[in-house]
Design a protein around this ligand. Structure first.
Ligand code: FMN
Length: 383
Protein backbone atom coordinates (compact mmCIF):
# COMPACT_ATOMS: atom_id res chain seq x y z
CA UNK A 1 0.00 0.00 0.00
CA UNK A 2 1.44 3.33 -0.92
CA UNK A 3 1.53 6.64 0.85
CA UNK A 4 -1.25 9.09 0.22
CA UNK A 5 0.89 12.02 1.25
CA UNK A 6 4.42 12.42 -0.01
CA UNK A 7 6.92 14.76 1.46
CA UNK A 8 7.89 17.38 -1.09
CA UNK A 9 11.53 16.59 -0.36
CA UNK A 10 11.41 12.83 -0.07
CA UNK A 11 12.17 10.42 -2.88
CA UNK A 12 9.34 9.21 -5.04
CA UNK A 13 9.96 5.56 -4.25
CA UNK A 14 7.14 3.71 -2.59
CA UNK A 15 7.35 2.76 1.02
CA UNK A 16 4.72 1.15 3.13
CA UNK A 17 3.61 0.07 6.50
CA UNK A 18 0.92 -2.57 6.48
CA UNK A 19 -1.52 0.25 5.86
CA UNK A 20 -0.64 3.93 5.90
CA UNK A 21 -0.21 4.96 9.53
CA UNK A 22 -0.17 8.63 10.42
CA UNK A 23 -0.82 8.70 14.15
CA UNK A 24 1.92 7.88 16.62
CA UNK A 25 -0.62 6.06 18.78
CA UNK A 26 -1.52 3.85 15.80
CA UNK A 27 2.16 3.07 15.22
CA UNK A 28 2.33 1.83 18.81
CA UNK A 29 -0.84 -0.23 18.40
CA UNK A 30 0.40 -1.87 15.19
CA UNK A 31 3.88 -2.50 16.55
CA UNK A 32 2.34 -4.21 19.55
CA UNK A 33 0.63 -6.62 17.13
CA UNK A 34 3.78 -7.40 15.15
CA UNK A 35 6.29 -7.70 17.97
CA UNK A 36 6.42 -10.18 20.80
CA UNK A 37 5.18 -8.86 24.13
CA UNK A 38 8.70 -8.73 25.58
CA UNK A 39 10.24 -6.94 22.61
CA UNK A 40 7.44 -4.39 22.33
CA UNK A 41 7.70 -3.70 26.05
CA UNK A 42 11.48 -3.32 25.81
CA UNK A 43 11.08 -0.60 23.18
CA UNK A 44 8.01 1.08 24.61
CA UNK A 45 8.79 1.23 28.30
CA UNK A 46 10.90 3.55 30.42
CA UNK A 47 12.67 3.16 33.72
CA UNK A 48 11.04 3.18 37.14
CA UNK A 49 7.55 4.62 37.30
CA UNK A 50 7.94 6.08 33.79
CA UNK A 51 7.44 9.65 35.03
CA UNK A 52 10.20 10.99 32.78
CA UNK A 53 8.92 8.97 29.83
CA UNK A 54 5.51 10.62 30.26
CA UNK A 55 6.86 14.11 30.92
CA UNK A 56 8.99 14.02 27.75
CA UNK A 57 5.84 14.19 25.64
CA UNK A 58 3.89 16.40 28.03
CA UNK A 59 6.60 19.06 28.01
CA UNK A 60 5.83 19.83 24.38
CA UNK A 61 2.19 20.52 25.23
CA UNK A 62 3.18 23.31 27.61
CA UNK A 63 4.43 25.40 24.70
CA UNK A 64 1.99 26.90 22.18
CA UNK A 65 2.87 28.20 18.75
CA UNK A 66 1.84 31.79 17.97
CA UNK A 67 2.26 32.13 14.20
CA UNK A 68 2.40 35.26 12.09
CA UNK A 69 1.10 34.84 8.54
CA UNK A 70 1.31 36.26 4.98
CA UNK A 71 5.02 35.56 4.63
CA UNK A 72 5.01 33.76 1.24
CA UNK A 73 5.83 30.24 2.38
CA UNK A 74 5.46 28.77 -1.12
CA UNK A 75 9.07 27.57 -1.14
CA UNK A 76 10.51 26.10 2.01
CA UNK A 77 13.91 24.88 3.09
CA UNK A 78 14.19 22.33 5.87
CA UNK A 79 17.96 22.00 5.73
CA UNK A 80 20.31 22.47 8.66
CA UNK A 81 24.10 22.68 8.93
CA UNK A 82 25.86 20.66 11.61
CA UNK A 83 29.61 20.28 12.10
CA UNK A 84 30.31 21.51 8.60
CA UNK A 85 27.78 19.24 6.86
CA UNK A 86 24.44 20.32 5.44
CA UNK A 87 21.57 17.90 5.96
CA UNK A 88 18.37 18.16 3.92
CA UNK A 89 16.19 17.96 6.98
CA UNK A 90 16.45 18.95 10.63
CA UNK A 91 16.49 15.49 12.19
CA UNK A 92 18.64 12.39 12.57
CA UNK A 93 17.78 8.86 13.59
CA UNK A 94 18.65 8.34 17.26
CA UNK A 95 20.94 5.48 18.25
CA UNK A 96 18.76 2.55 19.25
CA UNK A 97 20.40 -0.72 20.19
CA UNK A 98 19.44 -4.36 19.65
CA UNK A 99 17.32 -3.71 16.57
CA UNK A 100 17.57 -7.33 15.50
CA UNK A 101 14.93 -7.92 18.16
CA UNK A 102 12.47 -5.72 16.25
CA UNK A 103 13.18 -7.15 12.78
CA UNK A 104 15.61 -9.74 11.39
CA UNK A 105 17.27 -7.07 9.21
CA UNK A 106 17.57 -4.75 12.23
CA UNK A 107 19.97 -1.85 11.68
CA UNK A 108 20.56 -2.88 8.04
CA UNK A 109 16.91 -2.15 7.26
CA UNK A 110 17.10 1.18 9.08
CA UNK A 111 20.27 2.05 7.16
CA UNK A 112 18.62 1.32 3.80
CA UNK A 113 15.64 3.53 4.62
CA UNK A 114 17.89 6.28 6.01
CA UNK A 115 19.96 6.21 2.85
CA UNK A 116 16.92 6.37 0.57
CA UNK A 117 15.59 9.38 2.43
CA UNK A 118 19.05 10.89 3.12
CA UNK A 119 18.36 11.06 6.85
CA UNK A 120 21.54 10.89 8.96
CA UNK A 121 21.71 7.75 11.10
CA UNK A 122 23.41 7.56 14.50
CA UNK A 123 24.39 3.90 14.84
CA UNK A 124 24.40 2.37 18.34
CA UNK A 125 27.35 0.52 19.91
CA UNK A 126 25.01 -2.31 20.87
CA UNK A 127 23.75 -2.95 17.36
CA UNK A 128 22.82 -6.43 16.15
CA UNK A 129 24.99 -5.99 13.03
CA UNK A 130 28.52 -4.60 13.03
CA UNK A 131 29.20 -0.94 12.36
CA UNK A 132 31.01 -1.97 9.15
CA UNK A 133 28.02 -3.95 7.87
CA UNK A 134 25.72 -1.01 8.63
CA UNK A 135 28.13 1.44 6.99
CA UNK A 136 28.11 -0.84 3.94
CA UNK A 137 24.35 -0.32 3.60
CA UNK A 138 24.61 3.41 4.24
CA UNK A 139 27.30 4.03 1.62
CA UNK A 140 27.96 7.75 1.49
CA UNK A 141 24.78 8.61 3.38
CA UNK A 142 25.52 10.64 6.54
CA UNK A 143 26.36 8.51 9.59
CA UNK A 144 27.57 9.07 13.14
CA UNK A 145 28.64 6.39 15.60
CA UNK A 146 27.32 6.28 19.19
CA UNK A 147 29.80 5.02 21.74
CA UNK A 148 29.16 3.20 24.97
CA UNK A 149 32.54 3.56 26.62
CA UNK A 150 33.58 0.08 27.70
CA UNK A 151 35.45 -0.82 30.89
CA UNK A 152 37.98 -2.32 28.45
CA UNK A 153 39.83 0.79 27.26
CA UNK A 154 41.51 -0.95 24.34
CA UNK A 155 38.13 -2.13 23.10
CA UNK A 156 36.79 1.43 23.34
CA UNK A 157 39.68 2.68 21.21
CA UNK A 158 39.14 -0.17 18.77
CA UNK A 159 35.45 0.78 18.33
CA UNK A 160 36.35 4.41 17.74
CA UNK A 161 39.03 3.60 15.20
CA UNK A 162 36.82 1.10 13.41
CA UNK A 163 34.08 3.74 13.19
CA UNK A 164 36.48 6.31 11.79
CA UNK A 165 37.80 3.82 9.23
CA UNK A 166 34.26 2.81 8.20
CA UNK A 167 33.41 6.43 7.34
CA UNK A 168 31.39 7.61 10.32
CA UNK A 169 31.81 11.37 10.59
CA UNK A 170 31.15 12.01 14.30
CA UNK A 171 31.39 10.20 17.60
CA UNK A 172 28.39 10.46 19.91
CA UNK A 173 29.42 9.53 23.45
CA UNK A 174 26.44 8.67 25.64
CA UNK A 175 27.09 10.02 29.13
CA UNK A 176 23.83 9.18 30.90
CA UNK A 177 24.53 5.46 31.20
CA UNK A 178 27.26 4.77 33.76
CA UNK A 179 25.08 1.75 34.51
CA UNK A 180 21.82 0.56 32.98
CA UNK A 181 18.68 2.24 34.37
CA UNK A 182 16.28 0.33 36.63
CA UNK A 183 13.83 -0.81 33.98
CA UNK A 184 10.99 -2.36 35.89
CA UNK A 185 9.12 -3.68 32.87
CA UNK A 186 12.12 -5.54 31.45
CA UNK A 187 13.03 -6.87 34.87
CA UNK A 188 9.48 -8.12 35.30
CA UNK A 189 9.68 -9.85 31.93
CA UNK A 190 13.28 -10.95 32.57
CA UNK A 191 13.96 -9.72 29.03
CA UNK A 192 17.50 -8.53 28.31
CA UNK A 193 18.15 -8.20 24.58
CA UNK A 194 21.90 -8.69 24.93
CA UNK A 195 21.27 -12.06 26.56
CA UNK A 196 19.06 -12.93 23.59
CA UNK A 197 22.03 -12.15 21.34
CA UNK A 198 20.74 -8.89 19.83
CA UNK A 199 23.48 -6.42 20.84
CA UNK A 200 26.68 -8.21 19.96
CA UNK A 201 27.32 -7.15 16.33
CA UNK A 202 30.25 -4.86 17.13
CA UNK A 203 31.75 -6.92 19.94
CA UNK A 204 31.83 -10.35 18.34
CA UNK A 205 33.60 -8.94 15.26
CA UNK A 206 36.17 -7.01 17.26
CA UNK A 207 39.73 -8.41 17.44
CA UNK A 208 40.31 -6.94 20.92
CA UNK A 209 37.06 -8.35 22.28
CA UNK A 210 37.77 -11.73 20.73
CA UNK A 211 41.27 -11.76 22.21
CA UNK A 212 39.73 -11.52 25.69
CA UNK A 213 37.79 -14.79 25.25
CA UNK A 214 39.04 -18.28 25.94
CA UNK A 215 36.79 -19.63 23.21
CA UNK A 216 35.47 -17.68 20.22
CA UNK A 217 31.83 -16.49 20.19
CA UNK A 218 31.22 -19.14 17.49
CA UNK A 219 32.47 -21.85 19.87
CA UNK A 220 30.90 -20.56 23.08
CA UNK A 221 28.26 -17.91 22.52
CA UNK A 222 26.97 -17.88 26.09
CA UNK A 223 30.42 -17.12 27.54
CA UNK A 224 30.97 -14.36 24.97
CA UNK A 225 27.64 -12.76 25.91
CA UNK A 226 28.57 -12.90 29.60
CA UNK A 227 31.84 -11.12 28.84
CA UNK A 228 30.00 -8.50 26.79
CA UNK A 229 27.58 -7.84 29.66
CA UNK A 230 30.49 -7.32 32.05
CA UNK A 231 32.28 -4.71 29.97
CA UNK A 232 29.52 -2.70 28.22
CA UNK A 233 29.29 0.34 30.55
CA UNK A 234 32.12 2.22 32.26
CA UNK A 235 30.89 3.72 35.55
CA UNK A 236 34.32 5.32 36.17
CA UNK A 237 34.04 7.55 33.10
CA UNK A 238 34.95 11.16 33.91
CA UNK A 239 35.77 14.40 32.09
CA UNK A 240 39.49 13.73 31.75
CA UNK A 241 38.74 10.57 29.74
CA UNK A 242 37.62 12.83 26.90
CA UNK A 243 41.21 13.97 26.45
CA UNK A 244 42.21 10.29 26.19
CA UNK A 245 39.74 9.55 23.41
CA UNK A 246 40.66 12.72 21.54
CA UNK A 247 44.21 11.37 21.30
CA UNK A 248 42.86 8.36 19.40
CA UNK A 249 40.49 9.96 16.91
CA UNK A 250 40.04 12.95 14.65
CA UNK A 251 36.27 12.62 14.73
CA UNK A 252 34.29 15.45 16.31
CA UNK A 253 32.86 14.46 19.70
CA UNK A 254 29.24 15.02 20.67
CA UNK A 255 28.00 14.26 24.18
CA UNK A 256 24.56 12.65 24.40
CA UNK A 257 22.55 12.87 27.60
CA UNK A 258 23.40 16.41 28.70
CA UNK A 259 20.70 17.95 30.88
CA UNK A 260 22.48 20.35 33.26
CA UNK A 261 23.92 23.67 32.03
CA UNK A 262 27.04 22.95 34.14
CA UNK A 263 27.72 19.85 32.03
CA UNK A 264 27.27 21.93 28.87
CA UNK A 265 29.84 24.39 30.20
CA UNK A 266 32.32 21.65 31.10
CA UNK A 267 31.82 19.98 27.74
CA UNK A 268 32.89 23.15 25.98
CA UNK A 269 35.89 23.53 28.29
CA UNK A 270 36.94 20.01 27.32
CA UNK A 271 36.67 20.79 23.61
CA UNK A 272 33.49 18.83 22.84
CA UNK A 273 32.05 19.77 19.44
CA UNK A 274 28.33 19.24 20.06
CA UNK A 275 25.69 18.26 22.62
CA UNK A 276 22.52 16.21 22.59
CA UNK A 277 20.04 17.19 25.28
CA UNK A 278 18.46 13.86 26.11
CA UNK A 279 17.26 11.71 28.97
CA UNK A 280 17.55 8.53 26.91
CA UNK A 281 13.80 8.49 26.23
CA UNK A 282 13.05 8.14 29.95
CA UNK A 283 15.01 4.89 30.16
CA UNK A 284 17.76 5.85 32.60
CA UNK A 285 16.97 7.77 35.82
CA UNK A 286 13.24 8.09 36.31
CA UNK A 287 12.22 11.49 37.65
CA UNK A 288 14.81 13.47 35.69
CA UNK A 289 13.71 16.61 33.90
CA UNK A 290 12.14 16.27 30.45
CA UNK A 291 14.53 17.01 27.59
CA UNK A 292 12.49 19.96 26.34
CA UNK A 293 12.44 21.56 29.80
CA UNK A 294 16.20 21.10 30.05
CA UNK A 295 16.86 22.61 26.61
CA UNK A 296 16.65 26.38 27.33
CA UNK A 297 19.21 26.18 30.17
CA UNK A 298 21.70 24.32 27.99
CA UNK A 299 21.10 26.62 25.00
CA UNK A 300 21.70 29.68 27.19
CA UNK A 301 24.96 28.26 28.52
CA UNK A 302 26.20 27.24 25.08
CA UNK A 303 25.27 30.60 23.57
CA UNK A 304 25.70 29.41 19.98
CA UNK A 305 29.29 28.17 20.43
CA UNK A 306 28.56 24.53 19.49
CA UNK A 307 25.48 22.76 18.09
CA UNK A 308 22.81 21.62 20.53
CA UNK A 309 20.51 18.78 19.47
CA UNK A 310 17.58 17.29 21.36
CA UNK A 311 15.81 13.97 21.64
CA UNK A 312 13.25 12.29 23.88
CA UNK A 313 9.58 12.88 23.11
CA UNK A 314 9.79 13.93 19.45
CA UNK A 315 6.71 12.44 17.80
CA UNK A 316 5.40 14.96 15.27
CA UNK A 317 6.27 17.96 13.12
CA UNK A 318 5.13 20.60 15.64
CA UNK A 319 7.46 19.02 18.24
CA UNK A 320 10.37 19.70 15.90
CA UNK A 321 9.22 23.30 15.36
CA UNK A 322 9.01 23.85 19.14
CA UNK A 323 12.39 22.29 19.95
CA UNK A 324 14.14 24.30 17.25
CA UNK A 325 12.34 27.49 18.23
CA UNK A 326 13.66 26.95 21.75
CA UNK A 327 17.20 26.79 20.44
CA UNK A 328 17.91 23.23 19.27
CA UNK A 329 19.88 23.04 16.01
CA UNK A 330 18.25 19.71 15.12
CA UNK A 331 16.43 16.80 16.79
CA UNK A 332 16.66 13.01 16.83
CA UNK A 333 13.79 10.65 16.19
CA UNK A 334 13.70 7.52 18.36
CA UNK A 335 10.82 5.16 19.08
CA UNK A 336 8.64 6.08 16.05
CA UNK A 337 11.11 4.69 13.49
CA UNK A 338 11.68 1.59 15.62
CA UNK A 339 7.96 0.85 15.48
CA UNK A 340 8.05 1.28 11.70
CA UNK A 341 10.90 -1.24 11.62
CA UNK A 342 8.98 -3.70 13.76
CA UNK A 343 5.89 -3.43 11.60
CA UNK A 344 7.48 -3.70 8.17
CA UNK A 345 11.27 -3.51 8.14
CA UNK A 346 12.94 -1.07 5.75
CA UNK A 347 9.66 -0.05 4.15
CA UNK A 348 8.07 0.58 7.51
CA UNK A 349 10.94 2.87 8.54
CA UNK A 350 10.79 4.68 5.18
CA UNK A 351 7.10 5.37 5.60
CA UNK A 352 7.55 6.72 9.11
CA UNK A 353 10.26 9.02 7.75
CA UNK A 354 8.07 10.18 4.86
CA UNK A 355 5.18 11.06 7.13
CA UNK A 356 7.44 12.76 9.65
CA UNK A 357 9.10 14.82 6.92
CA UNK A 358 5.79 15.86 5.46
CA UNK A 359 4.57 16.82 8.91
CA UNK A 360 7.67 18.97 9.58
CA UNK A 361 7.30 20.68 6.21
CA UNK A 362 3.58 21.38 6.72
CA UNK A 363 4.22 22.54 10.29
CA UNK A 364 6.84 25.03 9.10
CA UNK A 365 4.48 26.47 6.49
CA UNK A 366 1.51 26.67 8.82
CA UNK A 367 3.69 28.37 11.42
CA UNK A 368 4.23 31.06 8.77
CA UNK A 369 7.92 30.26 8.31
CA UNK A 370 10.03 29.39 5.28
CA UNK A 371 13.26 28.07 6.74
CA UNK A 372 14.48 26.32 9.85
CA UNK A 373 16.61 29.34 10.73
CA UNK A 374 13.43 31.45 10.85
CA UNK A 375 12.42 29.60 14.02
CA UNK A 376 13.13 31.37 17.31
CA UNK A 377 11.55 31.72 20.76
CA UNK A 378 9.29 34.59 19.59
CA UNK A 379 7.21 31.88 17.87
CA UNK A 380 6.23 30.30 21.20
CA UNK A 381 4.23 31.15 24.29
CA UNK A 382 4.36 29.13 27.50
CA UNK A 383 1.00 28.04 28.88
C1 FMN B 1 14.75 0.46 22.50
C2 FMN B 1 15.70 1.60 22.71
C3 FMN B 1 17.08 1.35 22.69
C4 FMN B 1 17.98 2.41 22.83
N1 FMN B 1 19.32 2.17 22.71
C5 FMN B 1 20.20 3.22 22.82
C6 FMN B 1 21.58 3.00 22.60
O1 FMN B 1 22.02 1.90 22.29
N2 FMN B 1 22.41 4.07 22.77
C7 FMN B 1 21.95 5.33 23.10
O2 FMN B 1 22.74 6.26 23.26
N3 FMN B 1 20.63 5.55 23.26
C8 FMN B 1 19.75 4.53 23.11
N4 FMN B 1 18.41 4.78 23.23
C9 FMN B 1 17.94 6.16 23.45
C10 FMN B 1 17.69 6.89 22.11
O3 FMN B 1 18.90 7.20 21.48
C11 FMN B 1 16.93 8.21 22.35
O4 FMN B 1 17.62 8.97 23.30
C12 FMN B 1 15.49 7.96 22.80
O5 FMN B 1 14.90 6.94 22.03
C13 FMN B 1 14.66 9.23 22.67
O6 FMN B 1 13.40 9.03 23.23
P1 FMN B 1 12.08 8.78 22.33
O7 FMN B 1 12.33 7.56 21.55
O8 FMN B 1 10.98 8.57 23.32
O9 FMN B 1 11.88 10.01 21.50
C14 FMN B 1 17.49 3.74 23.07
C15 FMN B 1 16.11 3.96 23.06
C16 FMN B 1 15.23 2.92 22.87
C17 FMN B 1 13.75 3.21 22.83
Amino acid sequence: MSNEIKSPISSSENSSLISPIYRYSDLEIQAKKYLSHHVFTYINSGSGNEETLTSNEQAFKKWKILPEFLNDVSTRDLSVSLLGDTFKMPFLLAPVGHLGAAHPDGELAVARAAKKRQVPYVVSTVSSYSLEEIAGELGDSPKWFQLYWSTDEELTVSFVQRAEKAGYSALVITIDSPVLGFREADLTNQFFPVREGFGSGNYFKDPIFRSRLEESPEQNRAAAIEELLKITFQPKLSWDDLAFIKKHTNLPIILKGVLHPNDAKKAMEYGVEGLIVSNHGGRQLDGVISSLDALPGVVKEVNGQIPVLLDSGIRRGPDVIKAIALGADAVLLGRPYVYGLGINGEEGVAEVLDHFLTDIDISLATAGKRTISDLDPSLLVRE
